[in-house]
Design a protein around this ligand. Sequence first.
Ligand code: AMP
Length: 282
Amino acid sequence: MKIFKTVQELQTYISSLKQEGKMIGFAPTMGALHQGHLSLIHKAKGDNDISVCSIFVNPTQFNQKDDLEKYPRTPEKDLKMLEKAGNDIVFLPPVEEVYPPEHEKTAIDFSFGELETVMEGKFRPGHFKGVAQVVKRLLDIVQPHSLYMGQKDFQQFTIIQNMLEQLGSDIKLVSCPIVREEDGLAMSSRNVRLNPKQRKEAVMLYETLQLAKSIMDNYTPAEIKTIALHHLQKSDFRPEYFEIVDAKRLQAIDFFENDIKAVACTAVWVGEVRLIDNMILN
Ligand code: AMP
């Protein structure tokens, strides 16, 4: 496995591979890797000749300083996991490589309209601008044929899909299913910050999403939202939102319709840790 810390070295290597006609699949991450991340690498590797994984805790997408500071960082363990998973290239840049001073001149200030005014966009102001900024920059650096992202961050996927459309990009965006722990909790780098009691209770997110799915034939989305929020309030959680939305527009829907993909999305504070999860309902 090749490890690069600078843009120039990475690009020189990737362009030599491209000259040989190799297909490149790319999975950006913030490290503290788990099986969810590795599922992206396996898919990237399976679909392409070469898999590239970046590990970069992007400061511009954190709207709370505390969250950035406490974000878990385990680079050595990550590299071992990637090596074992058969990943080909790791890009592990310092902040100056991703955001050199001249970057500001060429950076695009994306707007995502209604997509960024609800749920994550509403509760984490500036978050999606930061995500779009870093993904655009990493795509410019890596120049992959395909980009692999997890359904775990469903809204982020929608934003990046929209960004690629705005750019007229021909990069293929691939969604990978949510990988869960045995009890159903979606794997997340932030899960290590939960204490044992919180970790046990956190399964409630998944249970609530399953409950929502199981009653969708009998209730409207608004009724399910009320039931779900009530369900989430029973434990020590502080739910931030539970919404049933149109997958494309991320706007709450009034009715279930066959030709509209409905997704239940939720964000909950468990102590000081904010967890998100979602489930496609139809
Ligand atoms: P992160 O390191 O949290 O920024 O995540 C990097 C990528 O891994 C994103 O595309 C996430 O959606 C994806 N990812 C994170 N957790 C999971 C999971 N449990 N299952 C599938 N993909 C995931």
